[in-house]
Every structure is written in C-alpha cells, then in structure tokens.
Design a protein around this ligand. Structure first.
Ligand SMILES: C[S@@+](CC[C@H](N)C(=O)[O-])C[C@H]1O[C@@H](n2cnc3c(N)ncnc32)[C@H](O)[C@@H]1O
Length: 180
C-alpha cells in the first residue's frame, strides 16, 4: 500500500490542513458524496458547498452541519453567493463515481469558476483541483486548466502539479495553487 501516493483526496486534505494557516472560510466546488465537504467542515469555521445535483445537496443536508452553506447551482456562479474572502477551496472534477456519468464538470464553467475562486482567495489561501483525465471532457478540462494555471502571474500565485509519472497517462492528477 502506498501512503503518500495512495489517494489524491487524502493528500489534498493533508496539504490544506497543514499549509493553510487561517481556517476561516472554505469552499467545496463539487460537493458530490461530501467527503471533501466533511473535511472542510471539520477544519474551517464556515464552508460553502456547490453541486448541480439536487440529490447530492439533499443527501448532505441530512448531516445537519451548521457551518456548511449548501448551494444547488453551478460553481461558475460563485460570485452570486460568496461575498467574502476564502482561505481554501477544493474542486474534485468529473462525475460522481457510481453516479450519472453524463453529469460531469465542463471545461468552460470550471475555468470560469476557478478564475472567481482565485480572485476570492485570501493571501496564504490554497485551491486544490483534482483532475480526472480518463474521460473525454476530463481530458479537455485538464488541458485547459494546465494552460490557464501555467500562465498565472508568478508574483501572485504558485502552482504545483502532483502527477504520478510511472502510471498510465490517464491517471488523475492534482493542481495545487497557493496565493502569495
Ligand atoms: C467527482 S464528484 C465530487 C466528489 C466529492 N467532492 C466527494 O468528496 O464526494 C463531482 C461532482 O461535481 C458535480 N458537478 C458537476 N458540474 C458541476 C458544476 N458546474 N457546479 C457544481 N458541481 C458540479 C457533480 O454533480 C458531482 O457531484
């Protein structure tokens, strides 16, 4: 069993827990089954969580987490709902494992949303994006995100790519973006 390489979700949580100093406001761009949201809710004072699937929102509502605001809308409309700075954000792209593969994150709305999150990110804040390139839209999304994040001004952002290079080219990878 791998420890560091085992699971990008665990790694994303570890990075946020250990490198984001201010644990005020967090955002989950893709609620899904709520694993990332549980983590954020346990470590941050307040969490905004988006999903376009009503079932995901309704299911999470049952947990009655008082510090989580659930938003049934596309994350590209973040600016409509989030009017304060955020300290951390997680995007776990693609479709819900075991769910409808037709309901997946899309390149244009993902890019628009990432741009809004970066503007909202506080100094010292971190955005982590898990990218699944094993399906057609995911491959497009990954390419567009790499192009976009490579061009972010280096005096303002640091961008690190976590990618396993001795596995399939289609293995998921993670982009970690820290705001100075
Ligand atoms: C890979 S899953 C997320 C997994 C989740 N973070 C977890 O811990 O279980 C991707 C989720 O993104 C949602 N999604 C797709 N497009 C979206 C959009 N434009 N805005 C918000 N959520 C979206 C899907 O409905 C799906 O639930």
């Amino acid at each position: 069993m791998f420890k560091y390489l085992g699971n990008i979700t665990d790694l994303s949580h570890h990075i946020i827990e250990n490198y984001v100093e201010s644990k005020g406001v967090a955002l989950d761009g893709t609620l899904g089954n709520g694993g990332d949201c549980d983590f954020l809710s346990n470590h941050f004072e307040k969490v905004y969580a988006f999903d376009i699937q009503k079932s995901a929102i309704e299911e999470y509502k049952k947990k009655e987490k008082s510090n989580v605001s659930l938003i049934l809308d596309s994350h590209e409309h973040i600016d409509k709902y989030v009017k304060e700075g955020i300290d951390a954000a997680i995007y776990n792209l693609g479709f819900l494992p075991g769910g409808d593969k037709g309901i997946t994150t899309m390149t244009n709305s993902t890019l628009k949303s990432v741009e809004s999150v970066l503007n909202l990110l506080n100094s010292g804040g971190i955005l982590i994006i898990a990218v699944y390139v094993g399906h057609e839209e995911g491959a497009k999304e990954g390419e567009a995100l790499l192009k976009y994040t490579k061009e972010l001004p280096k005096n303002k952002y640091g961008v690190m790519l976590h990618k396993v290079i001795n596995r399939s080219e289609l293995s998921p990878y993670m982009l970690v973006i820290e705001k100075k």
